[in-house]
Structures are given as structure tokens and as C-alpha cells.
Design a protein around this ligand. Sequence first.
Ligand SMILES: O=C(CO)COP(=O)(O)O
Length: 131
Amino acid sequence: MRLALIAHDEKKPDLIDFAENRSDDLEHFELMATGTTGKRLIEATGLDIERKQSGPLGGDMQIGAEIASEDCHGVVFLRDPLTAQPHEPDITALLRICDVHDVPLATNLASADAVLDELMDQLEGEFDHRD
Ligand SMILES: O=C(CO)COP(=O)(O)O
């Protein structure tokens, strides 16, 4: 199961805290991230994360393409609601494609825990099913 992790600059510390707290769970996923988020997460946690382009250079669109191909099964995207982003259209497109494909999307820390819990349940269900 593949999970995308993304955060705007003001929210990167929160995402790093989340990834540190939940690293035992996150290890069970194939992780991808936008460029700078991925770099910061790898440095902080040592998790294995596929890095896309930085968000403003197309990283959100690359993750959107994974979702459109049904190759990404959950997204944690800690957006900064107080700062305008130059690539706002890409951000809107990413949120939209999550809705098109019914992919679980968390945009704040409280829902990030809820989405990860749900995906862990699904993973465990798949594992039990194989037994
Ligand atoms: O801008 C982003 C998401 O819209 C995140 O990009 P970075 O991870 O490269 O900072």
C-alpha cells in the first residue's frame, strides 16, 4: 500500500513530529513525498521515501498522477492555510483527484492519525486475509 506525505514549509515540523511518532506504522507502507518534505523526513526519521519534485516544481502533480493511476492509496497533506502558494492550482488539483478516486486525504494532524489508523486496519485486514 502506497502513502504520500506532503507539508508546506510552516507545517513541515508538524509532519516530522507525526512521522517520528508513527514511524513504526509508516514503515509498513511504500512512502512517497514531495521533494523538500521527503528530504526533511528522511533526515529526521530515516524512513525509506521516494522523493518527487518539490511542490512548486510539479511534485503535487506527480503525486496526483500516482492517484489517477490508482497507485497511491492515502495522502497526508499538511497545508499551510495562512500563506498563499505560487502553485495553488496544483494543490487544488491534487485535492480534487483524491476526491475523484476516493483516496483518504488528511489535511491536518488530527485527521492524519485517523487516516493512518484506517489504512493500518486495511493493511492488517489484507494480511489476515492472506493467512
Ligand atoms: O509545496 C508543497 C506542496 O504543495 C510541498 O513541496 P516541498 O515538499 O517540496 O516543500
